[in-house]
Write a protein that binds this ligand. Structure first.
Ligand code: AMP
Length: 420
C-alpha cells in the first residue's frame, strides 16, 4: 500500500473539485441561515453511550458501523455517525431550550464516520449539512424544513430529485402497529438474521431490498391504517403546507429510515442519477429522542443532507455551478525590483478585497503567463525594469487580450474600477 493513499472508504477533497463542495455547503446552509437557524458545532466524537441510547441499539449504525475507541483514560468514545444526537445533547447541555425561545433552530456542517462497505456514493468518512428545530411540535416546522431542503437543491440547479414522505406514528399508535406487523412477519419464510430483526426493529424488515422478501410483504399490515387521529391530522397538515408551497412529494409508506428515534413525519430526498446509493438526504421528527438521552420532553424535527452525494448528483445531472473565479488579478514581475513593487501592489489589492495572486519563484515570462492563464484571472499585471523606469505597469485584459500601460500609483485603483 502506498503511503500516499487515503484510508479505505475515504477520499481527499482537492482543488478544483473541492470548490464545488464548499459551494454545496454554502448553498444548503444559506436558506437555513435566512430562516432563523443558528450555527452549532459539536465535537467529532462523543461518549459512545449517547449514540447507543440516541440512535438506537438495534440499528446497523450502532451495532455494525460505529467507530468506537477507548481512550488512554478509559473513556468509551465513538466517532459521530450522525449529527442529531450530538446537536440535541449540546443544546441540552447549554440549556438552549430554557432560554424561552422555542423552537431552538440550529444548523451544522461537518464530517461523519460510518464503518460501511465502501462503494460509489458510500464512504466511511462523509460530510453532511444538517438542521434541527428543537422543542416544538408544529406541522409548519416539519414543512419549513422540507421546503428549505427543496429550496437548497433547486438553488443548486438539481432537478432529478424526489421527496419521499411518510408518517411513522407516535408513541400511542406505533406500538400497536409494531405488534400487528410482528405477528404478520413471524409467519413468513425468512432467514435467521431477519427473524431477529422482527423482534428488535420490525419496521426495518419492510425496508429489505431482496425480491423474495418483498414478495412476501405484499399483504403486510400498513402503518397508514394504524395511525391515530392526532398523527393523521398532523400528517395531513404537513402535506397541505408543503403542497401549498408548490413542493412536489410522493407518499411512501415503506419509508422507515435506519434510525430508531423517528416519530411521525419522516422524509427522504432521493436522486435518480445515483444508482443504489440514491438517498441524498433525509430526516424527520424525533419527539422522543430528548427523553431517550435523559432530557426533558422536547418534540423536535430535523434533517441532514449528504454533501458528497449532492456533489455526485450535480455531476450526474451535468450541473456546472457558477463558481466565481478564484483569482481576479495575477501579477507577473520581471526582475528583482519589479518583484518587490508588484508584490506590494498585490498586497494592496488583497487589502482592498480584490482576489490577487503572484508569480512566485522568479520564473520567466512564458511560464508565469501560463500560470496567469491557469489561475483564471481576468487581468494580469506585468512589469519589467523599463516599465518601472517609466513609472508604469502593463495591464492586460485576459479576455480581450488588450494591453495598456497604467501609472504604477494608479494600478490598484484602476483594477478596482474595472472589476466593479
Ligand atoms: P442518514 O442519516 O443515514 O439518513 O444520512 C443522511 C444523508 O447522509 C444521506 O442521505 C446521505 O446523503 C449521507 N450519507 C449517509 N451515509 C453516508 C455514507 N456512508 N457515505 C456518503 N454519504 C452518506
Amino acid at each position: 500500500m502506498s503511503t500516499f493513499q487515503a484510508p479505505k472508504g475515504t477520499y481527499d477533497l482537492t482543488p478544483p473539485r473541492s470548490a464545488t463542495f464548499l459551494a454545496v455547503r454554502e448553498a444548503i446552509s444559506a436558506p437555513l441561515r435566512d430562516s432563523g437557524y443558528g450555527y452549532i458545532e459539536t465535537p467529532g466524537f462523543e461518549n459512545v453511550e449517547l449514540f447507543a441510547r440516541g440512535v438506537g441499539e438495534s440499528t446497523d449504525i450502532v451495532t455494525k458501523e460505529m467507530y468506537t475507541l477507548t481512550t488512554k483514560g478509559g473513556d468509551q468514545l465513538a466517532l459521530r455517525p450522525e449529527g442529531t444526537a450530538s446537536v440535541l445533547r449540546a443544546a441540552l447541555e447549554a440549556n438552549l431550550h430554557k432560554a424561552g425561545n422555542l423552537p431552538v433552530k440550529l444548523w451544522y456542517s461537518g464530517s461523519y464516520y460510518r464503518y460501511e462497505r465502501p462503494q460509489a456514493g458510500r464512504y466511511r468518512h462523509f460530510s453532511q449539512v444538517g438542521a434541527e428545530a428543537i422543542g416544538t411540535e408544529d406541522p409548519a416546522l416539519d414543512a419549513e424544513l422540507i421546503i428549505l431542503a427543496d429550496q437548497a437543491y433547486r438553488a443548486l440547479g438539481l432537478r432529478q430529485f424526489r421527496i419521499l414522505l411518510n408518517s411513522l406514528g407516535d408513541k400511542e399508535c406505533r406500538p400497536v402497529y409494531r405488534e400487528a406487523l410482528q405477528t404478520f412477519l413471524r409467519d413468513l419464510d425468512l432467514d435467521e438474521e431477519t427473524r431477529r430483526r422482527i423482534e428488535i426493529n420490525p419496521l426495518r424488515v419492510l425496508d429489505d431490498k431482496r425480491a423474495d422478501v418483498q414478495k412476501q410483504l405484499t399483504d403486510a399490515p400498513k402503518l397508514r391504517d394504524y395511525l391515530c387521529d392526532a398523527c393523521k391530522a398532523y400528517h395531513e397538515e404537513v402535506r397541505a403546507l408543503i403542497t401549498a408551497a408548490g413542493v412536489v412529494f410522493e407518499d411512501d409508506e415503506k419509508l422507515v429510515r435506519g434510525l430508531d428515534y423517528y416519530t411521525r413525519t419522516t422524509f427522504e430526498f432521493v436522486h435518480d442519477g445515483l444508482g443504489s446509493q440514491s438517498a441524498v438526504g433525509g430526516g424527520g421528527r424525533y419527539d422522543g429522542l430528548s427523553e431517550m438521552i435523559g432530557g426533558p420532553e422536547l418534540p423536535s424535527v430535523g434533517w441532514a443532507l449528504g454533501v458528497d452525494r449532492t456533489v455526485l448528483a450535480l455531476e450526474a445531472e451535468g450541473v456546472e455551478l457558477d463558481l466565481p473565479a478564484v483569482t481576479s488579478v495575477y501579477a507577473v514581475p520581471l526582475g528583482d525590483e519589479a518583484r518587490r513593487v508588484l508584490f506590494g501592489v498585490v498586497t494592496e489589492l488583497r487589502r482592498a478585497g480584490i482576489a490577487a495572486d503572484f508569480a512566485f519563484g522568479g520564473r520567466g515570462l512564458k511560464g508565469a503567463m501560463k500560470s496567469a492563464n491557469r489561475s483564471g484571472a481576468r487581468y494580469t499585471l506585468v512589469a519589467g525594469e523599463r516599465d518601472l523606469a517609466e513609472g508604469v505597469v502593463q495591464l492586460k485584459d485576459m479576455e480581450s487580450g488588450e494591453q495598456s500601460a497604467v501609472p504604477l500609483a494608479e494600478a490598484a485603483a484602476e483594477l478596482a474600477k474595472r472589476l466593479g
